[in-house]
Design a binder for this molecule. Structure first.
Ligand SMILES: [Zn+2]
Length: 194
């Protein structure tokens, strides 16, 4: 069975419901065009009775019941870097935006910090790649800094940046999706279980 993927923000809740309430019910979203996504409820209510109450009026039916920790994987992101940025008022004056210079620097950091890997074991960022000329052309190709091969390199997920307001100096954090981890492993790593 393909594991069901949940965001790290709800992983502790899912873990608790599977271990203490028999499992998690995943409800369909009937609201066409909404990005709310599925909502979840525990299989049993706190009194141990079957819990059939829809969590929200936009929910349709129960699509899936997850009863084993092995059925769930956790998707988490990690921070790669922080950048000090400058802000300006947007056109209507109501919101703040990055200045053009700061936006360009943040986009460049996202490109530079895109993870790459090679089956030989090398992992690194786009900015750490070596380039060599392709014979008989004017082009260059990226090669693995360790095994020097080009065709085996694998590009990882694209980073994004998100605002962080830390004291008086606005900053953005460059984030990237981390590996998918089995739910049980994630809980252990993040010390939610005892
Ligand atoms: Zn390699």
């Amino acid at each position: 069975m393909t594991p069901y993927i949940v965001d790290a923000s709800i992983a502790p809740q899912v873990w608790t419901w599977i271990t203490t309430r028999t499992g998690v019910q995943v409800w369909s979203n009937e609201l066409v065009g909404s990005a709310t996504g599925p909502r979840m409820t525990p299989v049993l209510d706190p009194d141990g009775q079957p819990n059939t109450q829809k969590p929200h009026w936009s929910c349709g039916k129960i699509d899936l019941v997850l009863t084993s920790l092995n059925e769930v994987e956790v998707s988490s992101s990690r921070e790669l870097k922080r950048l000090r940025v400058a802000l300006r008022r947007s056109g209507n004056g109501l919101s703040l935006k990055l200045t053009d210079g700061s936006a360009a620097r943040a986009r460049k950091a996202c490109q530079d910090l895109r993870p790459w890997s090679c089956p030989c074991g090398w992992t690194g960022f786009a900015k750490g790649l070596k380039y060599v000329p392709v014979p008989n052309t004017r082009a260059e190709e990226a090669v693995c800094p360790k095994c020097k091969k080009g065709e085996t390199l694998v590009e990882g997920p694209e980073p994004w940046f998100t605002p962080v307001y830390d004291g008086e100096h606005p900053e953005v954090a460059v984030m990237v999706e981390d590996r998918l981890v089995p739910l049980e492993t994630w809980i252990k790593e993040n010390n939610h279980a005892t």
